[in-house]
Design a protein around this ligand. Structure first.
Ligand SMILES: [Zn+2]
Length: 349
């Protein structure tokens, strides 16, 4: 009897143990799913675009579909031309004339030709030009959605909003850059060097350049190019007026009760060529392969210790790598900046 009872007790204990283990596993699994959902608000899938999709989602779905068809949006492949045609169609529908600026760049001894897509407002002072840009090309073999279909799509919406506002006080010029993913961002460098050499007055007329490269990272931060950092820290001298660009974004975020952080702005992207010529620069950024800090997780949610974009420059940077919450916050800020500066650029003085 004693032995039997003991065995029975053991069996019951084992059963209770198994149930507890199952429950624990279930709780852990739920926690893991919750965590995943928490650091990536995936609101888009790769289904076909519908008229009910918000415009940003329609753009993203189009760029994903083009990547599915052509493989990527590399400056060296046919996907770039197809993506540029889509951007040009969107701009034409909004009432813009667009222009292609062709240039060549080198890669391992080979020369390639590609182009920037440029559109600007009619009317508005030619002596006061505000420029906003995002690179249209992507790394090879990737749909390149966060880097940088995100910036491309937000810039399209900003251009539409500026046009809808009517005749501007200042000229607003939008550029979708080619070949940013190659050393020294040859698209923007060509644009700036060409003006410096052939039309310095037009270069002087540029009040500021605002850059948008990666603004929908899955484990995002809302970061503003930090022009306050001392010249000792930055590899580049901070051009006059850059702090004013930064203030415009941070004042806007403050007015929306939106937390933000500063970020180094001297990385290789399309603002560098402008900064070299002393043009005020600014921009927004949601993160790439830097790890999210606990402080950033407290401010923006997501997962501390994990990369802000775990799929940076990989073929997993597809439409499911887009955080729509981040993209919406950033897109609204870009539209705010563009429409405000179209009316009044005194904030930059
Ligand atoms: Zn990029």
């Amino acid at each position: 009897m004693r032995l039997r009872t003991r065995r029975k007790t053991l069996v019951i204990a084992a059963a209770i143990g198994a149930v507890l283990a199952l429950l624990l596993a279930l709780i852990l699994a739920l926690f893991a799913v919750g965590n995943l959902a928490g650091d990536s608000d995936v609101l888009v899938d790769d289904s076909d675009p519908t008229p009910d999709d918000p415009p940003l989602v329609q753009h993203l779905k189009k760029f994903q579909a083009l990547a599915d068809e052509y493989g990527d949006r590399s400056a060296r492949g046919p996907g770039y031309e197809a993506a540029a045609e889509y951007v040009e169609e969107q701009l034409a529908a909004a009432g813009y004339d667009t222009e292609r600026q062709y240039f060549t760049f080198e890669r391992r001894g080979e020369e390639y030709e590609t182009f920037n897509v440029i559109a600007e407002t009619d009317g508005g002072s030619e002596d006061s030009v505000v420029m906003l840009g995002a690179h249209l090309d992507g790394v090879r073999g990737s749909a390149a959605m966060n880097d940088n279909a995100s910036g491309v799509s937000a810039l399209l919406e900003a251009a539409k909003a500026v046009q809808a506002q009517g005749e501007p006080t200042n000229t607003v010029r939008f550029v979708w850059w080619g070949a940013e993913e190659y050393r020294n961002s040859p698209g923007s460098r060509h644009y700036v060097e060409d003006l410096a050499e052939n039309d310095p007055d037009e270069l002087d007329a540029i009040a500021a350049y605002l850059n948008f490269d990666m603004i929908a990272s899955p484990n995002y931060v809302i970061a503003v190019y930090d022009a306050r950092s001392g010249e000792d820290e930055a590899r580049l001298e901070v051009p006059d007026g850059s702090v004013e660009v930064m203030d415009m974004f941070t004042d806007y975020f403050d007015s929306q009760d939106q937390p933000w952080v500063g970020t180094g702005w001297d990385f290789d992207s399309d603002q560098v060529a402008f900064a070299h010529e002393g043009v005020a620069v600014g921009g927004l950024y949601s993160g790439s392969d830097e790890r999210k800090t606990p402080r950033e997780a407290a401010l923006f949610g997501g997962t501390p210790g994990k990369n802000r974009d775990p799929n940076y420059h990989t073929d997993d940077d597809d439409i499911e790598n887009i955080n729509m919450e981040a993209l919406t916050i950033m897109s609204d800020a870009i539209t705010h900046a563009a429409t405000t500066l179209a009316r009044d650029a005194t904030a930059l003085e």
